[in-house]
Ligand binder design. Structure first.
Ligand code: HEC
Length: 311
């Protein structure tokens, strides 16, 4: 009985690819015959529509490059110098359009700044406060407990100033964007603990400008948007090339290139989105060691408890 079953199974498995191949052949030849004949049936129409659909581009046009980040993997930790550089890039370039409303100035103490430095940094920002006793809003210099303000008074004003697309807030952006990895990569990711799709995407986006769009894509680009093959939801986005070589001065001698700026600001955005990432990973590692030791203990105890029972 058993041999019969497995023989059936084997035969079925072997026949499967043949069956699929012949089905595909039938469909292929059927489509061409119908398309060639004058009296095109509804079927042919459907197939043509499907073909048209498969030709529409799939975004992003290019997959982001996988970079090596200090905060990747089970021993991930922040590169404090990199985060400080990223903050500088954010402050001098990106903050002209992007706010970060969930990060307070006092959180910058995590990046190695002392209280006085944080106070001085906050004071460089103007914060709207109020209403005062007369019922009016007023501006004052920032204090450590304020949050990074948005450069625009409301999302409508932000959109109006940027060709209809409001620049998204940076607080959680590094964890809100990720390009699908596809089969089988996403299976490997389970084991390698790949969690850096956000910063990889942002780096790819920032370094992906100034490329020539292929002819069939060029027609799809609307006026006032900029071609970028790494943009996740279309061929072009409303953000112009935000940064150029040598735009931000680095006091620590790191290269002043678009590539380096993009790495640093992406790492900084990852910190903003998950400031406790390093603690989470360190705790996770200790928990795994504990579980292994505990499993060993349980095994020994189990043997002890059942030692006197005949079996
Ligand atoms: C001139 C204003 C401006 C500046 C400066 C700017 N951006 Fe943007 N950014 C935008 C706009 C507008 C959008 C929305 C684009 C869209 O959705 O079409 C955007 C979107 C983004 C996105 C999201 C893309 C997506 O997948 O939706 C990221 C990431 C981003 N910007 C990063 C940055 C970084 C990093 C900097 C600093 C180096 C920066 N931006 C500087 C205007 C700006």
């Amino acid at each position: 009985m058993k041999t019969l079953l497995s023989a059936f199974l084997a035969a079925g498995l072997m026949a499967m690819p043949l069956g699929i191949a012949s089905a595909q052949e039938n469909q292929g030849s059927g489509a061409s015959v119908e398309a060639n004949s004058d009296a095109a049936t509804e079927d042919a129409g459907e197939i043509a529509a499907e073909e048209g659909h498969s030709e529409s581009p799939h975004y992003p046009l290019k997959k982001p490059e996988e970079l090596s980040w200090s905060f990747a993997g089970p021993f991930g930790h922040w590169d404090i110098a990199q985060l400080q550089r990223g903050l500088k890039v954010y402050k001098e370039v990106c903050s002209a359009c992007h706010g970060m409303r969930l990060v307070a100035f006092r959180n910058l103490e995590d990046l190695g700044y002392n209280e006085a430095q944080v106070k001085a940094f906050a004071a460089e920002y103007t914060i709207q406060d109020g209403p005062n006793a007369d019922g009016e809003m007023f501006d004052r210099p920032g204090i450590a407990s304020d949050y990074f303000p948005s450069p625009f008074p409301n999302p409508e004003a932000a959109a109006a100033a940027n060709n209809g697309a409001a620049p998204p807030d940076f607080s959680l952006l590094a964890k809100a964007r990720a390009v699908e990895r596809g089969f089988p990569t996403f299976l490997f990711d389970l084991f390698s603990q790949y969690q850096e799709a956000g910063p990889d995407y942002i780096h790819a986006l920032l370094t992906g400008y100034d490329q020539e769009p292929p002819a069939e894509i060029a027609d799809l680009i609307q006026d006032g948007t900029y071609y970028n093959p790494y943009f996740i939801s279309g061929p072009a986005l409303a953000m112009p090339t935000p940064i150029a070589d040598d735009q931000v001065e680095y006091p620590d001698g790191a290269p002043q290139t678009v590539d380096q700026y993009s790495r640093d600001v992406s790492a900084f955005m990852m910190w903003a989105a998950e400031p406790h990432l390093a603690e989470r990973k360190a705790t996770g590692f200790v928990v795994m060691i504990f579980l292994v030791v505990f499993a060993g203990l349980l095994f020994v105890v189990k043997r002890r408890v059942w030692a006197g029972t005949p079996h």
